[in-house]
Design a protein around this ligand. Structure first.
Ligand code: NAD
Ligand code: DAU
Length: 352
């Protein structure tokens, strides 16, 4: 039977990997990718699959209530995987309202549409919210985040994601909406916007620009290759229990400065530069306001219950990632110049 699935934020970093996986793996699904194409949305991320017959792109905003209701009526979705969000912590510090609007108002707009349009037939429906480990706050005294760790968000970004998680659970409790949530650690890999640590530093090294390390570089993150996150999302969507939360992580903690040194060393080798060249670009700068010290996920539940585990060792993942950015110079150039934003006009506006 044909299933119609809405994926929001599919032109972004993680969303594009999720869309690709679903379009290729499930030819009997019709995948609707809804994305507003903000600065973070890039249809070039999907150019290898955008002609497939089971893929549809819809340009639209999750905060536009009438539009979202009409979209739900138009397609009669069987399920939603919701990734669209403002995702960068630094931007949330300078513009919290934008995060409140997209991440909370936008999520509630989708929940309302699902609740109303699905109301007499919740059976076999599923609303899946893709969230972050940052909702749990910062692990300053050791330990790991589990699914029962109390929420303690500390940045406007994580507060907005925590707010959206709370609304998703409230709709399950109040209206019986069949939901599932996952909270994942830091992703890395191809297609990530070069404002985030890893692609920013790869790009800066290539262009001999300073590498701005916040504070002393002692903060710790738990890194997961993005395709492994997409695989986990597939497992949670298809095998996760309704109402449950699943933590997703890489079992792969790195102090920022140690990770940065690995990137520098690998870049020197791949670019044929003298050892130590890239490290000279390291520049310690003022710390991020309210900078969370450490994130680390205990992913036992998803491994035990759904059989998921990361497939890629970090050394292999980071090498593959660097290769991808070096081989896709054009992608990086288009993103940094802004040219990527013309892809929609070229591919869609002028197609009809
Ligand atoms: P991203 O910023 O790369 O992509 C976000 C996408 O959402 C973009 O394509 C953008 O155009 C779209 N979007 C933004 N506002 C929209 C709106 N109002 N209407 C429709 N589309 C809109 O983000 P990402 O890093 O791919 O993250 C995707 C999701 O995963 C987010 O919900 C994020 O909180 C979550 N997450 C990210 C990470 C990570 O390490 N990047 C880790 C855990 C969870
Ligand atoms: O933990 C999951 C989260 O990971 C996701 O929910 C977010 O969407 C995603 O952006 C990411 O958040 P971080 O703030 O951890 O990622 P970022 O790449 O911005 O920063 C990683 C670490 O590197 C963090 O400790 C801040 C530091 N940093 C970052 C930048 C951009 C620097 O030292 N210098 C920089 O220039």
């Amino acid at each position: 039977m044909l299933k119609t699935l809405l994926i929001t934020g599919g032109a972004g970093f993680i969303g594009s990997h999720v869309v690709r996986l679903f379009v290729n793996k499930y030819p009997n699904y019709k995948i609707i990718n809804l994305d507003a194409l903000t600065y973070a949305g890039n249809l070039e991320n999907l150019k290898d699959i955008d002609q497939k017959s089971n893929y549809v792109f819809e340009k639209g905003d999750i905060t536009d209530e009438n539009y979202i209701f009409d979209l739900f009526k138009k397609y009669d979705f069987d399920g939603v995987i919701h990734l669209a969000a403002e995702s960068h912590v630094d931007r949330s510090i300078s513009n919290p309202l934008e995060f409140l609007k997209t991440n909370i108002f936008g999520t509630v707009t989708l929940l309302n549409a699902a609740k109303e349009i699905w109301k007499d037939h919740f059976d076999n429906k599923r609303f899946y919210h893709v969230s972050t480990d940052e909702v749990y706050g910062s692990l300053d005294n050791g330990g790991f985040f589990t699914e029962t760790t109390a929420y303690d968000p500390k940045s406007p970004y994580s507060a907005s994601k925590a707010g959206s998680d709370h609304f998703v659970r409230a709709y399950a409790n109040t209206y019986n909406l069949p939901i599932v949530i996952s909270n994942c650690s830091n992703n890395y890999g191809p297609n990530q916007f070069p404002e985030k640590l890893i692609p920013l530093f790869i790009n800066n090294i290539q262009n001999n620009k300073p590498l701005p390390v916040y504070g002393k570089g002692e903060n710790i993150r738990d890194w997961l290759y993005v395709v492994d996150h997409a695989r986990a999302i597939d497992d949670v969507y298809h095998k996760g229990k309704t109402g449950e939360t699943y933590n997703i992580g890489g079992f792969n903690e790195w102090k920022n400065i140690d990770l940065i040194k690995v990137i520098c060393k690998t870049m020197d080798e791949k670019l044929g530069r003298e050892a130590g060249t890239s490290e000279k670009l390291i520049t310690y700068v003022t710390d991020r306001a309210g900078h969370d010290l450490r994130y680390a996920i205990d992913a036992t539940k998803i491994t035990k219950d759904l059989g998921w585990k990361p497939s890629l060792q970090f050394e292999e993942g980071i090498s593959k990632t660097i290769d991808w950015y070096l081989e896709n110079e054009e992608w990086l150039k288009n993103v940094t110049s802004g040219a990527y934003q013309e892809y929609y006009d070229e591919m869609y506006d002028k197609r009809d």
